[in-house]
Design a protein. Structure first.
Length: 127
């Protein structure tokens, strides 16, 4: 088994003791991404839609840094602070992945890091 930490400046630096993603052989496991602007380290201004747009940009950057593409995503988990935001986030998610429809879970949580409204992580098959 081969493990490799993935890092890109195009996504926010980890805010804790973790990597942006870990490549294990031909699989990529991303850490959760929230709506942090990678240039400023600050949460993007605006509502859940603004944050969700930044989340998918951040995930895309990490996946591409590992040599993957969006159509290789196998599973996504979405964490929402408020399930009332599901429809709005789902529209951004659907636009992000187009016709590709990986497995997905969406759960409501009591709170997210840095008062984020949405967080996503994913598993990607790189081969």
């Amino acid at each position: 088994m081969s493990l490799q930490a993935i890092h890109t400046d195009q996504a926010p630096q980890a805010v804790g003791a973790y990597s942006q993603a870990i490549k294990c052989d031909d699989m990529l496991y991303t850490s959760g991404q929230i709506g942090l602007n990678p240039n400023t380290g600050e949460m993007v201004a605006g509502d859940v839609a603004s944050q969700a747009q930044q989340v998918v940009k951040n995930l895309t950057a990490v996946i591409e840094q590992a040599g993957g593409s969006l159509n290789q995503i196998v599973k996504v988990t979405i964490f929402l602070e408020d399930m009332a935001d599901f429809t709005e986030v789902n529209q951004i998610y659907a636009a992000w992945l187009g016709e590709h429809k990986p497995a997905r879970s969406t759960v409501a949580v009591a709170a997210l890091p840095l008062a984020a409204k949405v967080e996503m992580d994913c598993v990607v098959a790189l081969s």
